[in-house]
Design a protein around this ligand. Structure first.
Ligand code: FES
Length: 111
């Protein structure tokens, strides 16, 4: 079973917004959709490194703020004609708290 760490309240993230969690291995963008689903993606677009946390959330997708590539937040895959994939991380909401895969933070801290 994946161990999780509490990274804050769901209410800290506006709907269709994101917040950035800094780990030793890089920044993780945690998104909240209009339906209160939560996704965690590497905060770095595979195209040219755009900050996905500043992108536009629509449905379960996010559009990169730099050149408008669209990523499915479930799979991390670019949609449409664009080729690429961003890393996704296990995340869940329990009792209004956001829980992120702890091994991610530990693994990055150890690297
Ligand atoms: S850097 Fe994201 S689309 Fe170009």
């Amino acid at each position: 079973m994946t161990p999780f760490v509490d990274i804050g309240s769901l209410d800290d993230i506006p709907r269709q917004g994101a917040r950035v969690v800094k780990t030793a291995g890089g920044c993780v963008a945690v998104f909240r959709t209009a339906e209160d689903d939560v996704f965690a993606l590497e905060d770095r677009c595979p195209h040219k490194g755009g900050p996905l946390s500043e992108g536009i959330v629509h449905g379960t997708s996010v559009t990169c703020p730099l050149h408008n590539w669209v990523f499915d937040m479930n799979s991390g895959r670019a949609q449409g004609a664009d080729e690429g994939r961003v890393r996704t991380y296990p995340v869940k909401v329990q009792g209004g708290r956001i829980l992120l895969d702890a091994s991610l933070i530990r693994r990055n801290a150890a690297a």
